[in-house]
Design a binder for this molecule. Structure first.
Ligand code: SF4
Length: 354
């Protein structure tokens, strides 16, 4: 069961409490490079980013905040290190949240930031990263102690509009950090495996680290960090939320991996089904709630196909089509996708999901 945390508001998006677990992205171009920034925003917003963070290194970067906010309406988070005056400026320029690492800001400046965040009603993310923490005993103990110490500072100032992150590039340690902090506080947690790298291993680290925590009920917002384009991070984030059953962005498609028994071209049928679904989503957004099965033979095929809203089980060059567990008919391989599509639309109409 999800651990209920305090709720904070980042622009029009809520983090924590019963709010949907949101997907965050971070841009990779220089924030002051407006054409490139707008292009990247367009790409990651259309991929599904719900909150976008930008790196703030100077005043020109701060000037981009109102521009992207006006153009996209997506909440913007200003990421600031070392320069407290840029945090203040970002807040005044409309940042919906700021992300700081309190340990590289100096506590006396934090008071000014807290004051400004309170005035403008925005939250602060305390972002603890393994790369910037002083390691005493173990990495986990040092990270958790840093987070708790920083939290105490903000609590003493009676400032509670906080989000916390404790990122490392290591799956086990990151999970342990979040578990421990989740035990001792109820502030919303921003999950991520930082500096995961690129390729399959990096994706696996992110999926495991974030996924395990989410399945334990820990975490309120996520960001996947890859040495790859930012839209890819959003895609992986969505896949994590969908595969953990937390949110739905597309229909659940069960499909057989194929084996020596397969006598139909399952990979090709799967791709065609997927393509049709992508087209249908625009016309019928609620199609994402359906379960679809694309199965190869009579071993597991009828069983899976019966449990789906719509399913097909292959034979020799043909498929049996099931709708809600009932056989509709048998159709040749070359028109099964069209037939499935018709039946999907009928289900949506019958269920009033159009
Ligand atoms: Fe093989 Fe049939 Fe299983 Fe597909 S469903 S992997 S064809 S046994």
């Amino acid at each position: 069961m999800r651990k209920i945390t305090r709720k904070v508001k980042v622009g029009m998006i809520e983090i924590g409490g019963d709010a949907p677990i949101s997907i965050q992205g971070m841009t990779k171009v220089a924030t002051s490079e407006i054409p490139g920034l707008l292009k990247e925003f367009r790409k990651i917003v259309s991929s599904g980013a719900e909150i976008i963070r930008v790196a703030i290194l100077n005043e020109k970067d701060v000037d981009s905040i109102p521009i992207v906010k006006k153009s996209f309406g997506v909440p913007v988070v200003a990421d600031i290190h070392y320069l407290p005056e840029l945090a203040l400026l970002s807040i005044r320029k409309g940042a919906d949240k700021i992300r700081i690492n309190p340990y590289n800001m100096g506590k006396k400046y934090l008071n000014d930031i807290i004051k400004e965040a309170r005035t403008y009603g925005i939250p602060i993310r305390i972002g603890i990263n393994s790369g910037s923490v002083k390691i005493k005993d173990s990495l986990v103990e040092s990270m958790v102690a840093s987070a708790i110490d920083a939290l105490k500072f903000f609590q003493d100032k009676d400032f509670h509009s906080l989000v916390i992150s404790l990122k490392t590039p290591y799956v086990r340690q990151t999970i342990e950090c979040y578990r421990q902090v989740s035990e001792v506080c109820d502030y919303p947690l921003h999950l991520g495996i930082t500096e995961a790298g690129r390729g399959l291993l990096a994706e696996s680290k992110s999926i495991l680290g974030i996924g395990v925590l989410l399945l334990e009920g820990i975490g309120d917002t996520i960001r996947v960090s890859l040495t790859e384009p930012s839209w890819k991070e959003i895609n992986i984030g969505r896949a994590i939320l969908q595969s953990t059953g937390i949110r739905r962005f597309e229909p659940e498609i069960v499909s057989c991996p194929t084996c020596g028994r397969t006598q139909v071209d399952i990979p090709s049928v799967f791709l065609q089904v997927n393509k049709e679904i992508k087209k249908l989503v625009h016309r019928y957004p609620k199609v994402i709630n359906l379960k679809i099965a694309v199965m190869g033979c009579s071993v597991n095929g009828p069983g899976e196909a019966k449990q789906a809203d719509i399913g097909i089980a292959g034979g020799k060059g043909k498929f049996v089509l099931f709708k809600k567990g009932v056989i509709i008919g048998t159709y040749p391989e070359d028109n099964i996708v069209e037939k499935m599509k018709d039946e999907i639309i009928k289900i949506l109409e019958e269920k009033n999901l159009t």
